[in-house]
Design a protein around this ligand. Sequence first.
Ligand code: OXD
Ligand code: MN
Length: 590
Amino acid sequence: MATAPSSHTPLPQLSAPVAQWVDSVAALTRPDSIHWCDGSTAEMAALRDLLLGRQELQALDPATYPDCYLARSHPSDVARVEHLTFICTPEQEDAGPNNHWMAPAEAHAKMDALFAGCMQGRTLYVVPYCMGPIDSPYSRCGVEITDSAYVVLNMGIMTRMGRAALERIGREGSFVRGLHSVGELDPNRRFIMHFPEELSIKSFGSGYGGNALLGKKCHALRIASYQARTEGWLAEHMLIVGLKNPQGETHYVACAFPSACGKTNLAMLIPPDTMPGWEVFTVGDDIAWLHPGPDGRLWAINPESGYFGVAPGTGPKTNRNAYDMIRKDTLFTNVALTADNQPWWEGIGSGAPAIDWLGRPFDKANGPAAHPNSRFTVSAVHNPSYTTEAENPRGVPISALVFGGRRRELAPLVYQARDWAHGVLMGASVASETTAAATGAVGVVRRDPMAMKPFCGYNFADYWQHWLNVGAKLAHPPGIFHVNWFRQGADGKFLWPGFGDNLRVLAWILDRCAGRAQAQDTPIGFLPSPSDLDTSGLDIDAATLAEILSVKPEAWRQEVADIRSYLGEYGARTPQALLAEVATVEQRLG
Ligand code: OXD
Ligand code: MN
């Protein structure tokens, strides 16, 4: 019988396949030294000191921000690069129109040429990690090889990183291989390649989070979505939040919104004063792995153990929990600084910038002080609304799935799908204005099915079919809803207050799931009447509420025509069941 490895076993001996892979990568990249990460506190402190010594990290004011640090990225390397991100499957059709594609042999050749000798003069870090609680059957492990100590520090916060992960890999034998080098940070030599069939990733030329922390978007969404399809589960761009009502019942909701549309805020929401007795627990703010359970319900784990959140807009009024949680042990990237060395960003609500994100004296003529996609990396346990359910190996049962986008017009505040298949259409139809989380124009409406446009590791048509298949396995599927917090009036002002008041909408959603709330049956789904929502103490006039809870048939006929044409881009692979749902909505709209 195999015995559990002792904690004194040298790391490379815990997994021969990892050691062999490290040897082959070292032969290609030729580092000066190899460091196997054990994930210990002492190791993290030593890496921080190394970066402080190289002035790649700066300590912030220890009195107000103890153990907090600032990193500045290369100015050309501040966001995910969707145009340089590829899915490399043997058949282009399997990557689908939703992905950039390259043939695996060509992609390997291109990347290996970039990696050849790239770590000379550098240390190669071996970063074993586990996505999900270390003892959960739903978790999956990976190893990232990187030449960036900044990446190691971030992976140490965002994942269960180190010896325990490597021990699990040793027992299981399989792991996702992620090879990363910052290269020369040259945008012309920057690629993020995924090989889903090989469970591997190669990322070169960027040190930015989503491109470089390979456990996050690359593994936990692109590779995992592919793996999930073959194994019968779903890897989704969703927060997971627990809501305890005044009667003491807790329900969990998973919500998919595109990047920088408020997932972190919703995951840590603070109930408005007029809703006493409600409590909110954060399980995750970005990614959910959803499994059909033996009881016919859908169960969720958060594969991450920290938050890589957008700093701008985080303030005591918008997200008090996040604001408090990033006062210690936090790594900031590309924020501005006050004169007394505290971090600063637009929306923080106090202080003034003295130094901008590029390290220059602040001058408003140069634009925002903090980069709009500046970030904080912090452990989930520092969140005041953290729940130990995030460590539950079984996950949490999901009562409702919620899709949403950032749309000035059209989409009502909330509506409910008639059933699972209609819900899949609702998810497939998500559209949203683009944000600063990715390079490119901001504010352009694009289809972002299930908020997975940048993250689905295979053809969307097959993915929608997979969603339909998963639903068929659920005897007690969660209700599916769509929300839009971002409706604007003609004057450009938001019509719904958002933030904590979004709990009013979630409360209606949970009451619908429990069969307790009323709704009107409309062509696009079930909508609350204004009187069905708890608006006590809310400063919103009747006309505005009616406006955001209405369906305009003419505008919706155009929207549905647009959805039909979007689904048509996926040709014969688009599931017939989804097209049948489109036909039903068309018929209901008349
Ligand atoms: C993120 C993103 O960083 O979606 O979570 O870009
Ligand atoms: Mn995200």
